[in-house]
Design a binder for this molecule. Structure first.
Ligand code: PQQ
Length: 696
């Protein structure tokens, strides 16, 4: 029956027109941030401040993995297209949650450790009857939106020698579609990657252009559309030596790349350096273009137009990858078409969308790496102590590499003229890797001493660190450049925000609550116990005149996997991933909370203290970034202290060395470590278990 629904989005001639005129058919949500301006605002107002207290679960759809869920679903004429972890696609009847079709691109499990931050996917694109999404192993799939049949598929990662020795490319960002082109980037800078963005013909999958965000390591032509004069200029900001030549330099565009129909430009939001350590990366010289920048390109050709670099000399993982919002606003009494951007580095930027001119910038949270921005250029005025790669000293950085704002969508309401920004504080200990840059296969290769970035060991220092963790919803006034009001959440890593014509803000939280707030003053108007942490951004749509609000539930992403026990939050214990959809007359009920997880089992008593220290080094190098600093698993990956495999040397080696659990995302490490090193990790985990076991 769904096939008979007239495709109103298509009926407009093409989807691009429909996205531009999204307010003419607010029942749909056709692009990642709803419109090309990525404001995450819907004019729908049936659910509003006066009735949101009655909001109920209309339906829920359980997903097949309890890993993190970060996607914003699309809704096209009553059909929801939701991408989920492991790059799967679920097409559902948006009114009932009934499955219409699903597509599993069968991403191999051993790819999980080629990406930094969980095998997530943030969303699909839609264009004239097809849906498009990226897969974690680097493919772009185009499927018929009605039947789910594959129309074409391409490998977006070229076999190019300049792409770094590591070649760790993963795709988890939402694709955007504009002017008949599917735009797609990738991730991998933590391992070794050279960032680029590709544009494919939506009909055929043919590559139209490719733009590299970092120069060729030999300063040779790339045979990409971007002109070589530009890239030679960029090359001069790196120099011929440094680890970037081997590692690729980074600059991955893993989240935001948007098309702005007003300026008719594409904006790439460019990531951090590879390796992070500036001294090792380019010998501590140069601004390393285009790291930490927004780059504007012509859509038809990928030709460079302008760039603005927020974080030259990046050494903190301050990606500029975060959301790019476009709109008109008054600047000194004159209306300007601008970009709003709140990247990881803690500053909110206003740029001219046509020229990239810096118009204003101000920190939106506390930060300690810069003493402000140059008022004319927007370039940071560095705090000399923050330049840890140059001083060689330990640096307690705020923000840390998870940023003051990550992939979670911010929203803008044209009714309040405020931006609602999901911000957080997650400090980090930065220190140079001892003895120069030493990359490890299948590990984060950022040039840091990984045993220093862990959580403090003493109980006092740990308590102090936990006190430093914060999460907020900021109502930011971009004209006055100040926070008008804020909501203090219980901790960091909360979900993205949706603003609606009903003067509401919707946000899911790390502690498993889904809230509606009054957009004018932040009053808490509605709370739903979702039973699991929420990191995704909600969206809204309507079917047959009834408004729904949807959010993907599922704790994950980089914060819980890398921060282990600290990444656990109150309110729930074991993650359950599902799609939750609300309406005013909903009648669905979640099953009773199931908090059975890994129960502590008395650990084996024997471990060899002599090998535990080496085990800690190996663990921090190869395991920490997925299993957490202390092996506790954070409610989505198993708590390794109680894993049966640590009890038997052979069983442990089968999992860690030989890949017995590859299908679930646990790669094999016998090419990275010796059997003794793997055994040292087991000893370390047994020690951890003994240190923390309590009989309940
Ligand atoms: N991904 C997440 C997430 O999904 O939780 C958070 C981050 C990424 C980061 O904080 C990153 O810095 C990051 N960096 C890269 C990169 O440098 O290539 C990729 C990704 C990614 O692909 O998800 C993230």
């Amino acid at each position: 029956p769904y096939a008979a629904v007239p495709a109103r989005a298509d009926g407009q001639g093409n989807t691009g027109e429909a996205i531009i005129h999204a307010d003419d058919h607010p029942e749909n949500w056709l692009s990642y941030g709803r419109t090309y301006s990525e404001q995450r605002y819907s004019p729908l107002d049936q659910i509003n401040r006066s009735n949101v207290g009655d909001l109920k679960l209309a339906w829920y759809y359980t997903l097949d993995t309890n890993r993190g869920q970060e996607a914003t679903p699309l809704v096209v004429d009553g059909i929801m297209y939701a991408t989920t972890n492991w790059s799967k696609m679920e097409a559902l009847d948006a009114a009932t949650g009934k499955l219409l079709w699903q597509y599993d691109p069968k991403v191999p499990g051993n790819i999980a450790d080629k990406g930094c931050c969980d095998t997530v996917n943030r969303g699909a694109g839609y264009w004239n009857g097809k849906v498009f999404w990226g897969t974690f192993d680097g493919r772009l799939v185009a499927a018929d939106a009605k039947t789910g049949k594959k129309v074409w598929e391409v490998n977006t990662i070229p076999a190019d020698a300049s792409l770094g020795k590591q070649r760790s490319y993963t795709v988890d960002g939402a694709v955007r579609v504009a002017k008949g082109l599917v735009l797609i980037g990738n991730g991998g800078s933590e391992f070794g990657a050279r960032g680029f963005v590709s544009a494919f013909d939506a009909e055929t999958g043919k590559l139209k252009w490719r733009f590299y965000t970092v120069p060729n390591n030999k300063n040779e032509p790339d045979h990409a559309v971007a002109d070589n004069v530009l890239m030679s200029k960029a090359y001069k900001t790196w120099g011929p030596k440094g680890a970037w030549v081997r590692q690729g330099g980074g600059g991955t565009v893993w989240d935001s790349l948007v098309y702005d129909p007003v300026s008719d430009l594409i904006y790439l939001a460019v990531g951090n350096g590879s390796p992070w350590n500036y001294k090792y990366r380019s010998e501590g010289i140069g601004s390393n273009l285009f790291l930490g920048s927004i780059v504007a390109l012509k859509p038809e050709t990928g030709e460079y137009v302008w760039h603005f670099q927020a974080t030259p000399m990046d050494q903190w993982d301050y990606t500029s990858v975060q959301q790019i919002m476009t709109l008109d606003m008054p600047v000194n009494g004159e209306m300007r078409h601008v970009i709003w951007h709140a990247p990881k580095n803690g500053f909110f930027y206003v740029l001219d969308a046509k020229t990239g001119e810096f118009l204003a910038g101000k920190n939106y949270v506390y930060q300690n790496w810069a003493n402000g921005l140059d008022p004319l250029t927007g370039r940071p005025i560095y705090n000399p102590d923050g330049l840890y790669t140059l001083t060689g000293k330990f640096w307690y950085g705020i923000p840390g590499p998870l940023g003051a704002h990550n992939f979670m969508g911010m929203a803008y309401s044209p009714k309040t003229h405020l931006v609602y920004l999901p911000a957080h504080q997650i400090p980090f200990g930065y220190k140079n890797q001892v003895g120069g840059f030493k990359p490890h296969p299948d590990a984060w290769n950022v040039g840091l001493d990984m045993t220093k970035n862990g959580l403090p060991d003493t109980p006092e220092a740990r308590t102090a660190y936990i006190k430093d963790l914060h999460g907020w919803l900021l109502a930011w006034d971009p004209v006055k450049m100040e926070t008008v009001w804020k909501i203090d959440h219980k901790g960091p890593w909360n979900g993205g925000v949706l603003a609606t014509g009903g003067d509401l803000l919707f946000q899911g939280l790390a502690n498993g609550e889904f809230h509606a707030y009054d957009a004018t003053n932040g009053s808490d108007l509605y709370k739903f116990d979702a039973q699991s942490g929420i990191i995704a951004s909600p969206m809204t749509y309507s079917v047959n005149g009834k408004q729904y609000v949807a959010v993907e539930v599922g704790w994950g992403g980089i914060y819980p996997i890398s921060m282990g026990g600290v990444g656990r939050t109150s309110g729930w214990t074991v993650n359950h991933s599902y799609i939750a959809v609300f309406s005013l007359d909903g009648k669905a009920k979640l099953p009773a909370l199931n908090n059975r997880g890994f129960l502590p089992v008395k650990p084996p008593a024997q471990y060899d203290q002599k090998v535990v220290d080496n085990g800690y080094f190996q663990y921090q190098t190869y395991c920490q970034t997925c299993h957490g600093d202390n092996g506790e698993g954070a409610g989505m990956l198993p708590d390794l202290r109680w894993a049966g495999a640590i009890r038997h040397q052979d069983a442990f080696y089968n999992v860690v060395g030989r890949g017995a659990l590859t299908a679930y995302g646990m790669d094999r490490f016998d090419t990275s470590m010796t059997p003794d090193e793997i055994e040292a990790i087991r000893q370390y985990l047994i020690k951890r278990a003994n240190d923390t076991y309590q009989r309940e």
